[in-house]
Design a protein around this ligand. Sequence first.
Ligand code: ADP
Length: 259
Amino acid sequence: MDAYGAPVIGEHGKWLGIVIVMHEVTELVKLEQVRKDFVANVSHELKTPVTSIKGFSETLLYGAYKNEETLLSFLEIIHKESNRLQMLINDLLDLSKVEQVGYEVDLQKVNLLDVVARSKEMTSHIVEEKNMRLEIISEEPVFVLGDLNRLIQITMNLLMNALTYSPEDKTVTITISQTKKCGVIRIQDEGIGIAKEEINRVFERFYRVDRARSRNSGGTGLGLAIVKHLVEAHHGLLEVDSEVGKGTVFTVSIPLVKR
Ligand code: ADP
């Protein structure tokens, strides 16, 4: 806290009092640090794939292309790293959009069964690859006030995480239900779980419990930060509960359409 004081003198030198100006600097300093950390993180995340693309393409140009096997494996790396760069840029652009003050989603009547069905379709190849099961428990249509594509994005992000952070052969269960005011999507996995002391940090930009694992599976570390903002834009609630070695449950509640 910064504070400055000055006496207030009236006519004929009469002493009227003191004006004290106080600045709350701790919050400003904290915000500035968050901004600096974010820029440092973005730079680091962009630098890694760019360095790799540059290195492998230069080696090819200097003659390695003559060996067909080397050519193919280096091209594969360059392709993978360019994909990574593209995902990172897309997520950064999306995050900056949804983080803006006053960002609004296009609210319409949406059936949560459609949201989950689309997400299931789009992840079926991963479920198959990892020999996992995806169970959907729902009794009846649940109509919420939401943006269909953004709700699919939220569900896809949480579902992809559930699949990524689970060993092979496990089951992910999605339950659709409703409370008095909200439609609820609950995504439960039997994966590695998140420790209590890290559980609130996973919504921070670029925070990963296991950086190497996230990178290997193509994660940008921005998914949950985007999900959190999107749920807020729906005036909804995002909750998480987890136990290391047992699994994780993410619950999204979105206001129902008023009849
Ligand atoms: P990432 O691209 O790294 O998956 P996210 O923002 O989606 O980024 O998630 C942040 C971190 O939270 C992940 O790196 C992972 O450590 C942890 N996490 C997210 N979902 C799960 C889950 N279902 N089980 C275990 N850990 C998870």
